[in-house]
Design a protein around this ligand. Structure first.
Ligand SMILES: O=C(O)[C@H](O)[C@@H](O)[C@H](O)[C@H](O)COP(=O)(O)O
Length: 248
C-alpha cells in the first residue's frame, strides 16, 4: 500500500513528516517501551530538525528518550567524518537537542574500533555486529531516494537487491561515494512495520516518474513500494512534477 503526500513548500513537507512520525511513535509506545526507528543520510537530517525540533508545536510530543535510532545505511568512515550518516544526524539533531537541554535518543552506530582506513577485512564484522543490534521488526524506516532511484545503499541493478541471507550487507563498490558502506537489505525493509520516503527537489522528478510510472522500472525505490508494508511518500511538488498519481 503506497500513499503520496505532496506539498508546495519544504516547510510543509517537514511538518507533515513530523506529524506522521509522532502518530507512529504514539501508536508504538502505547504497546511497548521503545520506538525503533531507522533513518537515512542525505537531506533527512534537515527535515527532522525542522519538523521535530524547530517546530515548537511538535517539540514536546517527541519522546526522544524512548527512541532507538538505527541507520538504514552507513558509510564506513569515522563517526565524526563529514560523510558519516550518524555524524550528520549528530550535527543536525543530537547537538541541537543537547543545545536545547533535551535528552536525546539511543543511537546504534557502527563500531569504529573495527574500522580501518584502507583495510576492508573487518567490514563484514562491522555489518555482523550492526545486524545483532536490530530488532525483529523496526517500527518505522525513513528513507531517501537518490536521482538514480537508489535507497539506503541499495543501488539500481546491484546484486545486493537480491541479498536475502543477511540483514546488514557490506558494499565496497557504491556508485555514490564513499564506496565502502553497510546497508539494510530487503529482508529488513520487508519486516518493517512502516516505511516512509522523503524526497524533495526537481532533480528527483525524472526518477520518480519512472518509480511511479506504468512500466516496471525495477529501481530500488520501486521495489520498496511493492513490499507488503505501508509505504508513505513525503515530497514537494517539484519532485513529483509529471508523476501520474492516478493509481495512488
Ligand atoms: O547514505 C546515503 O547515501 C543516503 O542514505 C542515501 O540513500 C540518501 O538517502 C539518498 O541519496 C537521498 O539523498 P537526499 O535526501 O539528499 O536527496
Amino acid at each position: 500500500m503506497v500513499k503520496i503526500n505532496h506539498y508546495p513548500e519544504s516547510a510543509q513537507v517537514a511538518a507533515s513528516v513530523a506529524e506522521y512520525i509522532i502518530k507512529i511513535q504514539d501508536a508504538t509506545l502505547a504497546s511497548k517501551d521503545h520506538f525503533d526507528i531507522a533513518i537515512s543520510g542525505g537531506s533527512l537530517g534537515k527535515v527532522l530538525q525542522a519538523g521535530l525540533i524547530n517546530d515548537t508545536s511538535v517539540r514536546d510530543k517527541v519522546q526522544w528518550g524512548k527512541w532507538r535510532v538505527y541507520f538504514s545505511d552507513e558509510r564506513l568512515v569515522p563517526l565524526d567524518h563529514e560523510d558519516s550518516n550518524y555524524g550528520l544526524f549528530n550535527e543536525l539533531v543530537l547537538k541541537k537537542l543537547a543545545h536545547e537541554g533535551i535528552a536525546g535518543p539511543t543511537c546504534y552506530t557502527i563500531n569504529e574500533s573495527l574500522l580501518h582506513e584502507t583495510n576492508t577485512s573487518t567490514d563484514s564484522e562491522i555489518a555482523k555486529e550492526y545486524e545483532s543490534f536490530l530488532p525483529k521488526h523496526l517500527d518505522l524506516i525513513l528513507l531517501g531516494a537518490g536521482p538514480d532511484g537508489h535507497t539506503a545503499s541499495l543501488f539500481p541493478g546491484h546484486a545486493l537487491l537480491k541479498e536475502e541471507s543477511v540483514l546488514i550487507a557490506t558494499i565496497s563498490d557504491s556508485p555514490k561515494p564513499p564506496s565502502r558502506r553497510i546497508t539494510f537489505t530487503f529482508p529488513v525493509l520487508r519486516a518493517s512495520k512502516n516505511i516512509a520516503f522523503v524526497a524533495e527537489g526537481a532533480g528527483k522528478a525524472p526518477v520518480l516518474r519512472e518509480v511511479f510510472g506504468e512500466a516496471k522500472s525495477n529501481l530500488p525505490a520501486e521495489l520498496v513500494n511493492e513490499l507488503d508494508v505501508p509505504v508513505v511518500w513525503f515530497v514537494n511538488d517539484p519532485a513529483v512534477e509529471g508523476v501520474d498519481f492516478s493509481k495512488f
